[in-house]
Design a protein around this ligand. Structure first.
Ligand SMILES: [Ca+2]
Length: 87
């Protein structure tokens, strides 16, 4: 029987991780190339966007049920630079 997982052992969807390709995403700026992956975690809408055109997500935004968008990750160099909450 597997050991129960503790909160620190559960993957954080906002944590830095392998680079995420946006090749299967949507083209939000009509340049003919996909640039954004849209998903949700059951509560928040999550947008992962490629800003520099290399086909890998650079920014992660969460839009909560209150309609407020929060930037929770921004990759300007490796690893991800986390923005302060509400910043
Ligand atoms: Ca990119």
């Amino acid at each position: 029987m597997a050991e129960p997982r503790r909160p620190g052992q559960v993957a954080d969807p906002d944590a830095p991780g392998p680079r995420l390709s946006v090749a299967d995403g949507i083209d939000t700026d009509a340049d003919g190339r996909p640039d954004t992956i849209v998903s949700d975690d059951g509560v928040d809408l999550i947008l992962r966007t490629d800003l520099d055109g290399d086909s890998y997500a650079d920014r992660v935004l969460r839009i909560g049920p209150d309609g407020v968008a929060r930037e929770v990750g921004h990759r300007t160099r490796s690893p991800w630079d986390d923005e302060p909450e509400g910043g």
